[in-house]
Design a protein around this ligand. Structure first.
Ligand SMILES: *Cc1c(COP(=O)(O)O)cnc(C)c1O
Length: 433
């Protein structure tokens, strides 16, 4: 309807700039008035195709009917008691469901909190308490949040850590099996990366000092890096033989996003603790820490919690999300999205050597852009493609340690015709570039 952003959005953006500090960035400055079915509507009457889902959150769609209905009922009944003061059933139900849905059929317990960072912090607290050990091992390209501990766990300096130190102690970083950028080639990547990681842990930290290894099964903000096959099982096995708590951070990869309920399932990994958030509650703030009962039960009464953790509106939303995933078989739908996107993006890679790598699983897909004929990161090309896509009404997001990755996270309910139209806009933007 108008240029992007239109006049109303520009007016609101000026107000934002006067009221909100620039530390809170904006990927695409259109102000949203309604959203759903893979479309964002803005204040100027424009409709944009959503390949972002609010960063992998609205997987069941925006304002999904089952979420809206449950939240509407709950908001009229009660909005908060604090689960630590007087409990309510929906919190328990969400925990039962998480215990059932996460990998492994062992006895599990779940704690609910409000954000992904809080879930990761609690996973570390629990692992330290259960093992009596201080150290935490994380990986290159990892992202775990913006609080003091989780930004310490995060790999990338700019923008997450720059001048926000000093950081938390006892955090150690080891290599991730990144096939596209592995020096000796993708075929050696899994084995060599695992060997290096394990060597660093044993020689530099001491396996006996490590409480937890925290890893994303597919690195999210780091650029949708799918670790070479064999790497994750090797790391998980090392943890098992050394009494280290293996924490899978599935905040971005979880809840059907990658074509399985959890990304760990792809290689049959059973984590000791799994953290979830983002796609769990359709946009209401909720996160979970699910782990082996014998680990979770170690922490003393009152050692875990928070005022808002497992808020009743968010719990009802999560139950609505789980029903929607099941009833609409969104796990299969995520696979279908991957099966649609990957061949088209690979065909594009054949035509344009600015595309160095195409990767991802299910509805978590990315392309990595390079200086043609090299592996030199090309963030300028990413910025230009994003600019063109946004101008044509397709919301896409960026990622990557080198800022040279375009990532696609459409809602799993996006209709085929919109997926196709979005891909068409992307193809045109790359061809024109
Ligand atoms: C987004 C994210 C987090 C942090 O979640 P917040 O809700 O933003 O605190 C942690 N881990 C991963 C893998 C994420 O993608």
């Amino acid at each position: 309807m108008t240029a992007i952003p239109g006049p109303k959005s520009r007016e609101l953006l000026a107000r934002k700039q006067a009221a909100v500090p620039p530390g809170i960035g904006t990927a695409l400055p259109v102000f949203v008035t309604r959203a759903g079915g893979g479309v964002l509507q803005d204040a100027d009457g424009n409709s944009l195709i959503d390949f972002g889902s609010g960063i992998a959150v609205t997987s069941v769609g925006n304002a999904a009917p089952k979420v809206v209905e449950r939240v509407r009922r709950q908001v009229a009944d009660f909005t908060h008691t604090c689960f630590m003061v007087t409990p309510y059933e929906s919190y328990v139900r969400v925990c039962e469901k998480l215990n059932e849905l996460t990998p492994g059929d062992h006895d599990k317990r779940t704690v609910l909190v409000s954000t992904g960072a809080e879930a990761v912090e609690n996973a570390v607290k629990i692992a330290r308490h259960a093992t009596g050990r201080p150290a935490v091992v994380v990986f290159d390209h990892g992202y775990h949040g913006r609080t003091l501990l989780t930004m310490t766990l995060t790999a990338k300096n700019m923008p997450y850590k720059e001048k926000f130190g000093p950081f938390a102690p006892e955090v150690y970083r080891v290599p991730l099996a990144y096939p596209f950028r592995w020096p000796s080639g993708p075929e050696n990547c899994a084995e060599e990366a695992a060997e290096q990681a394990i060597d660093m842990i044993t020689k530099q930290v001491g396996a006996d000092n490590v409480a937890a290894v925290v890893i994303e099964p597919i690195a999210g903000e780091g650029g949708f890096v799918v670790p070479a096959r064999g790497f994750l099982p090797r790391v998980a096995e090392f943890c098992r033989t050394n009494g280290i708590v293996f924490v899978a951070d599935e905040v971005q990869t979880g809840f059907a996003r990658t074509g399985t309920m959890f990304a760990c399932e792809d290689e049959g990994i059973v984590p000791d603790i799994i953290t979830t958030a983002k796609g769990i509650a359709g946009g209401l703030p909720l996160a979970g820490v699910t782990g082996r009962a014998e680990i979770m039960d170690k922490v003393h009464a009152g050692g875990l919690g928070g005022t808002y953790g497992g808020n009743p509106l968010a719990c009802e939303a999560a139950l609505g999300v789980m029903e929607t995933i099941e009833e609409e078989d969104l796990v299969a739908r995520a696979r279908h999205i991957g099966d649609t996107m990957l061949p088209r993006l690979r065909a594009l890679q054949e035509r344009f050597d600015v595309i160095g790598d195409v990767r991802g699983r299910g509805a978590m897909i990315a392309i990595e852009l390079v200086e043609p004929g090299t592996k030199v990161p090309n963030p300028a090309a990413v910025q230009e493609i994003v600019r063109r896509c946004h101008a044509e009404g397709l919301l896409v997001l960026t990622a990557g340690t080198y800022g040279n990755v375009l990532r696609f996270l459409p809602p799993l309910v996006i209709p085929d015709h919109l997926l196709d139209e979005g891909l068409g806009i992307l193809e045109k933007a790359i061809a024109e570039l």
